[in-house]
Write a new protein. Structure first.
Length: 182
């Protein structure tokens, strides 16, 4: 019986030493190191947010992969039709910094204002752009609270109602499009 207990204890100790720490995985609720940091895993973009005083990964948003030249049929005479409600993303013309990919979209305030309706509701909060279109009908405070932010810098309105509240900030992170270009 002693040998069984020693072997079991050794196996558990070995597992703890060899197993990677749980915080190393990028998944919803796992620990992260820097607020605002993002990571794309398995077709989802996760953003590091502060929740209940801890830095954790949000639930992530689906990331669409751009078609490559090899995936586009060469014999096609007509260009592919754009997706319904698709908004083309401009790309940076200047050389990208080492920390960001060249395909990072440039989102200007002009572009935010162009998406200022309830059918396409973008807003800026604390320097980041969010697409709140799908949240309009679900907001507990009513749709008017969201539609008033469409096409504007909604930082003061959001902070007036939700400053230092983790749940609204965590929910908001799921609608992140990217940083506002200055």
């Amino acid at each position: 019986m002693k040998i069984y207990a020693i072997a079991t204890g050794a196996a558990i100790a070995l597992t703890l030493v060899i197993a990677p720490p749980a915080s190393a995985a990028v998944k919803e609720g796992a620990a992260c190191k820097k607020a605002g940091q993002s990571s794309t895993v398995s077709g989802r973009k996760f953003t590091c947010i502060k929740k209940s005083g801890k830095l954790v990964w949000n639930k992530g948003v689906a990331v669409k992969k751009a078609p490559t030249a090899a995936a586009t049929p060469a014999a096609s005479a007509a260009p592919a039709a754009p997706a319904v409600n698709a908004t083309p993303m401009a790309t940076k013309s200047a050389e990208p910094s080492k920390s960001e990919a060249p395909s990072t979209p440039v989102i200007t305030m002009e572009r935010v204002r162009a998406n200022g309706t309830s059918s396409s509701c973008w807003t800026v909060i604390s320097g980041n752009v969010y697409d709140l279109t799908k949240w309009i009908g679900s907001h507990p405070g009513g749709s008017g609270a969201i539609t008033s932010l469409c096409g504007t810098d909604g930082t003061s309105g959001f902070n007036a109602m939700h400053r230092n509240q983790n749940k609204p900030e965590a929910r908001l992170a799921g609608y992140l499009l990217g940083p506002l270009s200055k």
